[in-house]
Design a protein around this ligand. Structure first.
Ligand code: G6P
Ligand code: MG
Length: 213
């Protein structure tokens, strides 16, 4: 195989499934409970950002100072609301072309991985029925530095036993595109990163990957 990419590393939320609305509702419940302003625009900034860093950004809109214990309790409470919302997640919450695109990539011999900041990655992959497609998963449980740090993508590549230059990252968040660039990966931007100038490829839908590879 002499082609440039041997592995494809997918972000999860916003690329392989639609969970933004569930994150929004769970964060909004927490913010409302604490009397803190929160809206969809702020939620957009939290794409690709780890659970604790996201919480810190939600709390930017209050002067209240919280203890570490309170922060941990907030994160746990948001996650428990989010997990109960995820129970509603079905294969219809992934783009219609996700499964056929992954099948084609597998048939063409690409190694496939997920590189996600989410600690709920495995649960989500199982809910949408995609878990068996991936040769490697690196997620929020494995890393200490959130995107835009490249740690999660570097770990995914290592688990595929490929160097970054042989992997293409597929991302919907600007933090993820930056992480890919900093890690030495080419990136394909999709969704809100569909026009990101730092991405090498710009996709309107996942199936277009097959045309650019
Ligand atoms: C994804 C989402 C972020 C979220 C992060 C952690 O990257 O885009 O908005 O904060 O995962 O999610 P978790 O499921 O671990 O709370
Ligand atoms: Mg994402």
């Amino acid at each position: 195989m002499s082609r440039k990419y041997k592995g494809i590393i997918f972000d999860l939320d916003g690329v392989l499934c639609t969970t933004d609305q569930f994150h929004y509702l769970a964060r909004k419940a927490l913010a409302d409970h604490e009397g803190i302003y929160f809206d969809e625009t702020i939620n957009q900034r939290l794409r690709g950002v780890s659970r604790m860093e996201s919480l810190r950004i939600v709390l930017e809109h209050t002067d209240q100072v919280y203890s570490d214990e309170a922060l941990q309790a907030f994160a746990a409470s948001k996650n428990s609301v989010y997990r109960s919302l995820l129970e509603r997640l079905t294969p219809s919450d992934m783009p219609a072309d996700a499964r056929p695109t992954l099948e084609s990539l597998m048939e063409k011999g690409y190694l496939l991985a997920v590189g996600s900041s989410s600690k709920n990655t495995q649960f989500i992959l199982e809910r949408i029925g995609l878990a068996h497609f991936f040769d490697a998963v690196a997620d929020g449980n494995d890393i200490t530095r959130s995107k835009p740090d490249p740690e999660v993508f570097l770990l995914a590549a290592e688990r595929l036993r490929l160097p970054p230059a042989a992997c293409l990252v597929v991302e919907d968040a600007s933090a993820g595109i930056e992480a890919a660039e900093r890690g030495g990966f080419d990136a394909a931007g999709i969704g809100s990163a569909g026009h990101n100038p730092h991405a090498r490829f710009h996709l309107e839908r996942l199936s277009q990957l097959l045309a650019v590879l």
